[in-house]
Design a protein around this ligand. Structure first.
Ligand SMILES: CC(C)(COP(=O)(O)OP(=O)(O)OC[C@H]1O[C@@H](n2cnc3c(N)ncnc32)[C@H](O)[C@@H]1OP(=O)(O)O)[C@@H](O)C(=O)NCCC(=O)NCCS
Length: 159
């Protein structure tokens, strides 16, 4: 296998809903995640297991390559809004995986009937802000840490 393939560049990336059986693979991804924390304290350097435990009850998706989890996106629904967060392992960044994951959680939010999806990060987190902007999120005018998107109801085609 070439070095590029080894890095994941040439490998197929599958994005799919996470399941409880992914927990060990997710833990492995976050254990080697750099920087940690990367955004507003997440993923945490201490208490990884407790944090992963809290993700039970959220809607989450994984990006998988060669049997490893290389990316993870979370949607936390609360009423008609949902908070999103995306994490891609450092060796796999800037290959479109974050965009695929974020688009997937936005579609899931739409399917669940949510009206707003939003997230928070530091103002200097250029990768996340560019990612969010590219998927259609806008910066909140009142809160520069927050990016959000209003989801239009799916009008459907049938009667
Ligand atoms: C933010 C993050 C998820 C982006 O994932 P990714 O897979 O690299 O994103 P993509 O490859 O889909 O890139 C999306 C856009 O961001 C841009 N981008 C990504 N990394 C960038 C960087 N370091 N500098 C400038 N732009 C960058 C890409 O060029 C692309 O822009 P485009 O749509 O205009 O072409 C990833 O950098 C990461 O895991 N960061 C640490 C965790 C974090 O901060 N998460 C945010 C929690 S809310």
């Amino acid at each position: 296998m070439t070095a590029l393939a080894e890095m994941g560049t040439l490998r197929e990336i599958l994005v799919r809903p996470a399941s409880t059986s992914d927990r060990a693979l997710l833990r492995a991804m976050y254990e080697g995640f750099e920087p940690r924390p990367a955004s507003l304290g997440l993923p945490p350097r201490q208490g990884l297991d407790q944090w992963l435990e809290k993700l039970n009850g959220t809607v989450d998706f994984v990006a998988v390559s060669g049997g490893e989890v290389v990316g993870h996106a979370v949607l936390c629904p609360d009423g008609d809004a949902g908070e999103v967060a995306v994490f891609v392992r450092q060796e796999y960044r800037v290959q479109g995986i974050g965009s695929r994951l974020l688009k997937t959680v936005v579609e899931e939010a739409r399917r669940l009937g949510l009206r707003i999806v939003w997230g928070m990060t530091e103002r200097d987190n250029v990768p996340m802000l560019r990612l969010a902007h590219g998927v259609g999120f806008e910066q909140d005018e009142k809160d520069p840490y927050r990016f959000q998107m209003n989801l239009k109801p799916d009008l459907g085609l049938g009667g």
